[in-house]
Design a protein around this ligand. Sequence first.
Ligand code: NAP
Length: 304
Amino acid sequence: MFDAVVIGGGPAGLTAVLYLVRSGCKVLLAESMTYGGQVLQTSDIANYPGFPKGVQGWELADLFAAHVEGLDFEHVQAEVTSLSGEAGNFTVHTSKGDYAAKTVIVAAGARHRPLGVEGEARLLGHGVSYCAICDGNFFRNQPVAVIGGGNSALEEALYLSKIVSRVYLVHRRDEFRGAKVYQDRVAKAENIEPVLSCVVDSLQGDSELEGIVVRHVESGEKRALSVNGLFIFVGMQPNTGFLPQDVQTDHGFVVTDIEMRTSVRGIFAAGDVRAKLCRQVVTAAGDGATAAQAAFLLLEQLNA
Ligand code: NAP
């Protein structure tokens, strides 16, 4: 039996593994993809301490992976499908089998929320994308639209503006939500055109995206934008589908106390999966450390 199963290999999960292993715990890390989580989909990370000139997402993910490499823990590349049991005796059900654990740290992160417009799923990979760093290069010197007004939309619009010919930054309100530093950069970028107070009315194209039609939220006036790419950044949804019903959530995000304890004893949550104010790499790492320490204290009680 494992002392802890950590679900998710992003900054929160890898930090939890680091702390648990250093505390002498027997740990399994379940991650369905490669280490790094959303960091891998981020271009430049400008606010992680220790990197005054910023750091590329893939580079930071590599450094996180290198930090746990060689540590004494087990790793399974599998999808967690459900979680049952109680503190001291959980079963983590995965696509590669079941694992017994005394505690569980849920660091499964979040994924981009779809816009919900007709044709979005059909045109995914054929013009529609949720990842500028993955797909931006396909639209080199072509016009694209970015949807959203938060940090992700602004940051990714800035990233794309260096590759594509023109970025239409479509936001449903007349002011952006994202940080001022990004707003200022967007205002200075010559090839980013803010399209404010507009929502996406429809997508054009059968097998490839040929354009979008946006609609002004007050006047109802429609405008066709001829774009080859559509990058959607309208918020995140947490990866919690495998959690038992009695784990309390808020708008889908897992509720914890300040020690990362969920409503179910023995289950802890860390990182973007958690209901919290600030979703950053640095707070994810902090959550991971706290969750590991709290799990360790509970393990001491369970083992007493
Ligand atoms: P977010 O902050 O929740 O912003 C989502 C944006 O999408 C908002 O502007 C929202 O409009 C808009 N939106 C939501 N639903 C929509 C819909 N159906 N149609 C059109 N627009 C819609 O999400 P995010 O930008 O993905 O960021 C997620 C978290 O990660 C945030 O906490 C963010 O601060 C953090 N993050 C930080 C950084 C950084 O610090 N460098 C980078 C990326 C993300 P309204 O404004 O009208 O609500």
